[in-house]
Design a protein around this ligand. Structure first.
Ligand code: PEP
Length: 250
C-alpha cells in the first residue's frame, strides 16, 4: 500500500509574510491529523523560516531544485547538504520549467537526482511531454527517454528512495488537466518501465500527477490505481484549495 503524497510547488511566488501565513493556515488545517503525506516546496530563501514554522507538524519540507555538485565555487547554487541542513526531506528534480527555461537536460537531471540520493534527500523526479510531443503521439517515448537517463545513471535501486511526478507540460499552469484515464495510462506505463527492472520497487514507488490539479479535479485523478497523489503548483498557494486537494488524497 503506497501512502499518498500531496506536494506543493510554490515556484517563485510569495513573500516572507505570505509564506508564514500560508504555512500557518496549513498547519492549523491539518491539526486533526492527516493520512496522506504532505509536502511543501517554498523558494530557497524561505526554507529556514518554513523549517521553523513546520516544527511539530507532520508537513514535510522540500526544495524546488538543487545543484548537482557537492560543494565549491558554484555561485548562486544550493547543495544537497545545505538543503538537508535546513531540514528538507525532499527536492524536486527535472521540473519542466527547469528543463525548458534553464537548459537542464536529461544528463544534468540524472546528476541532480544522484546528488539528492547521495545526501539522503528524496528526489521528486518530474517527467512529461510537451504539447508538440503529445500531439505527435510520442508521450511514451519521451517518458521512457527521461526515465532511462536516470535509471542508467543511478540504477533501479535508487528509485526505492524516490518519487516520480508525471507532469504533462501542456497541463502545467494552463488550466488544462490530463483526464484521469489519460494520466492513469501514462502512470501505468511508468510503472511498467520500472517493473521491467525490479517489480518490488515498481510497486512501491509513488507516482504523482501534476498539471493544473485543483480541488475540483483532485478526487477523480487520485482515484486512479497508479496515481499516488499530486504535485500541485498554482493551487498550492491557496490554503483552502490545497487543504481540499489533501483531503481528496486521504
Ligand atoms: C507544477 O508546477 O509542477 C504544476 C503542476 O503547476 P500547476 O499545478 O500550476 O499546473
Amino acid at each position: 500500500m503506497r501512502t499518498p503524497l500531496v506536494a506543493g510547488n510554490w515556484k517563485m511566488h510569495g513573500s516572507r509574510e505570505s509564506s508564514a501565513e500560508l504555512l500557518g493556515a496549513l498547519v492549523r488545517g491539518l491539526e486533526d491529523g492527516v493520512t496522506a503525506e504532505v509536502l511543501v516546496c517554498p523558494p530557497f530563501v524561505y526554507l529556514a523560516d518554513a523549517h521553523r514554522a513546520l516544527r511539530g507538524s507532520s508537513i514535510r519540507l522540500g526544495a524546488q531544485s538543487l545543484c548537482a555538485e557537492e560543494t565549491g565555487a558554484f555561485t548562486g547554487e544550493i547543495s544537497a547538504a545545505m538543503l538537508q541542513d535546513v531540514d528538507c526531506a525532499y527536492v524536486i528534480v527535472g521540473h519542466s520549467e527547469r528543463r525548458a527555461l534553464y537548459s537542464e537536460d536529461d544528463a544534468l537531471v540524472a546528476r541532480k537526482f544522484m546528488a539528492a540520493i547521495k545526501q539522503g534527500l528524496v528526489p521528486v523526479l518530474c517527467v512529461g511531454e510537451t504539447l508538440e510531443e503529445h500531439d505527435q503521439g510520442i508521450t511514451g517515448d519521451v517518458i521512457r527517454r527521461q526515465l532511462s537517463a536516470v535509471l542508467d545513471a543511478a540504477g533501479i535501486d535508487a528509485f526505492a528512495e524516490a518519487v516520480i511526478a508525471y507532469e504533462p507540460v501542456w497541463a502545467i499552469g494552463t488550466g488544462k488537466t490530463a483526464s484521469p484515464d489519460q494520466a492513469q495510462s501514462v502512470h501505468a506505463e511508468i510503472r511498467s518501465i520500472l517493473r521491467a527492472e525490479n517489480a518490488r520497487i515498481a510497486d512501491l514507488v509513488r507516482i504523482l500527477y501534476g498539471g493544473s490539479v485543483k480541488a475540483s479535479n483532485a478526487a477523480e485523478l487520485f482515484a486512479m490505481p497508479d496515481i499516488d497523489g499530486g504535485l500541485v503548483g498554482g493551487a498550492s498557494l491557496d490554503s483552502e484549495q490545497f487543504l481540499s486537494i489533501i483531503r481528496a488524497a486521504q
